[in-house]
Write a protein that binds this ligand. Structure first.
Ligand SMILES: C[S@@+](CC[C@H](N)C(=O)[O-])C[C@H]1O[C@@H](n2cnc3c(N)ncnc32)[C@H](O)[C@@H]1O
Length: 212
């Protein structure tokens, strides 16, 4: 899928009430920003935001935060929310490597949706399920750990299963072809997923947890 460059991306982002400009100042205080004590779920690398926007619409009693590094993608997501009044959704334009600066122990679920696969061995530390990231997640999960990952990439999927199980995660569900799986789950498709679905390409899925 092509990434589009959005003119005035910075302006669009700056002017959005969904954007949290200084996420550091809400570390440990996101509940007060949402003005409730509902669960808080975080998507890393939300892209154009279809997934997190739809999740926020479907589940008004859960708070969602979409984090994305790229300004054009973030601006597109913000454009996609326009005209809607989603009180349970916030957007951060930042690098996932810095999440411990933005969150205390307050996240319930982390969604990793079609993350960059970094298939080369020398890049494995950049995968969002590398042990170094799992250690960061430990510092932001409220109590139990819960990660939901979807990908079309076999290397990322296999290494994620290995990394999660080596880190003592258990699996609620693992699927090698989510859309053909008979054990249906309530699935909201991401933008990348919609494309792969059209092309009949399998989507790998894992719902992993660790109870503290
Ligand atoms: C392949 S796209 C998937 C987008 C979306 N999740 C989907 O499924 O449609 C991966 C996204 O992750 C973002 N990304 C990559 N590295 C990131 C990082 N370190 N922090 C935040 N976002 C990142 C990219 O900019 C890109 O938008």
């Amino acid at each position: 899928m092509r990434y589009n460059v959005v003119k005035n991306a910075e302006k669009i982002i700056e002017n959005s009430s969904y954007l949290v400009k200084n996420p550091e100042s809400y570390k440990g205080k996101w509940s007060s920003l949402f003005n409730n004590n509902n669960k808080i779920c975080l998507e890393l690398g939300m892209g154009r935001g279809s997934f997190i926007i739809q999740m926020a619409k479907n589940n008004p009693n859960i708070n969602y935060i979409g984090l994305e590094l790229d300004k054009s993608q973030t601006a597109t997501a913000i454009n996609n929310i326009k005209g809607q009044n989603l009180k349970n959704l916030k957007i951060i334009c930042a690098d996932a490597r810095n999440i411990i600066n933005y969150f205390g122990k307050e996240i319930d679920t982390i969604y990793l949706t079609f993350s960059e696969p970094w298939p080369k061995k020398q890049d494995e530390k950049k995968r969002f399920t590398h042990e170094s990231y799992l250690k960061l997640y430990d510092r932001i999960f409220k109590k139990d750990k819960h990660i939901i990952l979807k990908t079309d990439n076999k290397i990322l999927f296999a290494s994620s299963l290995e990394s999660l199980s080596n880190y003592w995660y258990s699996f609620n569900k693992v699927s090698l072809d989510l859309h053909k799986d008979e054990r249906k789950i309530e699935n909201v498709m991401t933008d990348f997923e919609k494309q792969y679905f059209k092309e009949h390409r399998p989507v790998y899925y894992v719902d992993a947890f660790f109870k503290n």
